[in-house]
Design a protein around this ligand. Sequence first.
Ligand code: ARG
Length: 398
Amino acid sequence: MKDKELVILAYSGGLDTSVAIPWLKENYNAEVITVTADLGQDSVDKNLEEKALKSGALRSYIIDGRETFINEFVWPSLRASAIYEGQYPLATALGRPLIARYLVEIALKEGGTAIAHGCTGKGNDQVRLDVGVSTLAPQLSIIAPAREWNMDREQEIEYGEKRGLDLPVTRKNLYSVDENIWGRSIESGPLEDPWNEPPEEIYSWTRSISDAPQDPMYIEIDFDKGLPVALDGKSLSGIDLVKKLNFLAGSNGVGRIDHLENRLVGIKSREIYESPAAIVLHACHNALETMTLVKEQQRFKNFVSQQYADMIYNGLWYSSHRRNLDAYISSTQEFVTGKIRVKLFKGSCSVVGRSSPYALYDYELATYDESDKFDHSSAEGFIKLFGLPYKTQTIKQD
Ligand code: ARG
């Protein structure tokens, strides 16, 4: 008989990953160690370890990855202005490579032979975890029970109940939800008809516009080299800043996104996101860049931002491609320092003020009042040369 596999399973305590424990033991002659990463999701259950052991796991790890997640994943994506297809701030996509890293770390520590996760064969997350793990530790094999077992939901419940599992769900969840501190995603159920307006019940981090306060709220965010460091003049850790912004912006109805998105596996899917802090921070960061970068830097960085967002979405975090892009992004952020003032009001987030010690905006160049220092006399010659190719073309070719 083949030696026992030691499988490191990414575990959330939900139906799929609970059923995966006995399934792996039976189908792969495996021992199972579970790993759960706390990336700031609301739903980390205090009894997860006990639950995993009761379901048959040999050991269970719960890792607080919030600070690492913010500093090493979220902040680089913010500096890169990475928003997938102009809409999605990439919360789930940023979380998966860190989960892959924790799975590999525990596998190396425990002498594991394989990694397992509960992703289905239809989503992006399987790609992110598989590619992440195989890039970090090519020697580990990867098992995705839900890609193999061909059980529907009812069969999974029956399978688990027969083995005495205390299953987390009894009634059918209409929606599939994933979350971490950078955002929350909601899919399936009535959302699968792209004509349907998302029902109010799916939201849990944001107020509806009608319930949002009648008066606007103003906040100020300080950035240092492209990173947010203070809220309303008070220095905060990344975790506290993002949590607080999720609350403040969410209370004002800011952060809802309805995205018909192109998945990596070739299908379009309708996704709803709640990402209040991400929406505010990207708007502020962008506003500060418009103050501190020259036009060509802004234009070129836009291309790189799209590349960066695709790279994250497509699960290529541990690639040389990312390291190359990071080098460029870092070099753009040296002077992205200053303060942004935003107005949150009934679902909108508007930048209303900006200031920076390195501002390229120069009042004396911009103004029309008597302090104007712009050299009007040089405009005429400039325009002559600027328009010369087109004047020549008309003369020679018309
Ligand atoms: N569509 C988003 C993405 O690919 C969200 C995925 C949510 N994942 C989930 N297992 N529900 O990043």
